[in-house]
Write a protein that binds this ligand. Structure first.
Ligand code: SAH
Length: 263
């Protein structure tokens, strides 16, 4: 991309907007997020952002895929940070489009740090995070008087070897909270055992919501005792695991006719 053409024409200095694409369905992005895409000169996007959203961009907008399917490795986070800084310095309006909410398990922290260090103006446009979407489509209130007064968002991914603090599942078991687990399908057997060791009943209900808000959406119900048989995920679809008594609440919803069947 050339510095001369755009930077001299643009009334704005280059800037970066981290935009939440929402959980899956294209119409679950915010209006502000749509406007950011319409105004963008460059969009860097990855797997979980619905590709339909890129149709909002102007034809001349450059759309750059930086997700897991880019070659055998995902584009390194440092390279993404470098590119954001470089494009903004060239005077472009840059959008970093991320699935769900950018500030929730979205590596936004590294990107904001790089932008701040480089003195690049940025804005964050929040999105609907997967836990909120999973609760909605599975008809599970994440909080409910008398059942759960707190919600925890936890990662099930074991990145302990890369210096991240491990999740203390036993401690979470004692909180009387709904536990929403991102990236947890592959380790759910271990996680469920830890939650039981921390004091949760083996009969605690669990919902596994895959591809929430997409046509391929699937909700599986079970208990902690079932462990990873509940989360077998050969298609490797993104799935959110909800653990807690609130999962039973959906039984009330089952008595109600489906929305499509009304009127
Ligand atoms: N920033 C994202 C999370 C990225 S981490 C957000 O706020 O939602 C990726 C994990 O998010 C996946 O492993 C899965 O656990 C969850 N996830 C993302 N999209 C999902 C969807 N449509 N349905 C279920 N889980 C989803």
């Amino acid at each position: 991309m050339s510095q001369t053409t755009f930077a001299t024409l643009s009334p704005f200095p280059g800037r970066v907007r981290l935009v939440g694409a929402g959980p899956g369905a294209a119409d679950l992005i915010t209006v502000r997020g749509q406007n950011a895409l319409r105004e963008a000169d460059v969009v860097l996007y990855d797997d979980l952002a619905n590709a339909e959203l890129l149709k909002l961009c102007r034809p001349e907008c450059e759309r750059i895929y930086v997700g897991k399917r880019a070659g055998s490795h995902s584009v390194a986070q440092t390279e993404i940070c470098d590119r954001l800084v470089t494009y903004a310095r060239e005077g472009w309006q840059v959008v970093r489009l991320k699935g769900g909410d950018p500030m929730t398990f979205g590596r936004a922290g590294e990107e904001l740090q790089a932008l701040a260090e480089a003195g690049i103006p940025f804005e964050i446009v929040p999105g609907i995070t997967a836990a909120a979407a999973a609760g909605a489509v599975a008809e599970i209130p994440l909080t409910q008087r008398g059942l759960a007064s707190a919600v925890v968002f936890a990662t099930g991914h074991a990145c302990v070897d890369r210096g991240a603090a491990p999740v203390n599942w036993r401690a979470l078991a004692g909180l009387n909270a709904t536990i929403c687990i991102y990236m947890g399908t592959q380790r759910f057997g271990v996680i469920a055992a830890e939650l039981v060791a921390g004091g949760l009943s083996r009969h605690t209900p669990v919902a596994v919501v895959a591809d929430a808000t997409l046509p391929t959406q699937e909700v599986r119900l079970g208990t902690l005792a079932e462990g990873d048989t509940l989360t077998a995920n050969p298609e490797r679809r993104p799935a959110l695991i909800v653990v807690g008594e609130v999962v039973r609440w959906r039984e009330f919803c089952e008595a109600v006719p489906a929305w499509e069947a009304v009127g």
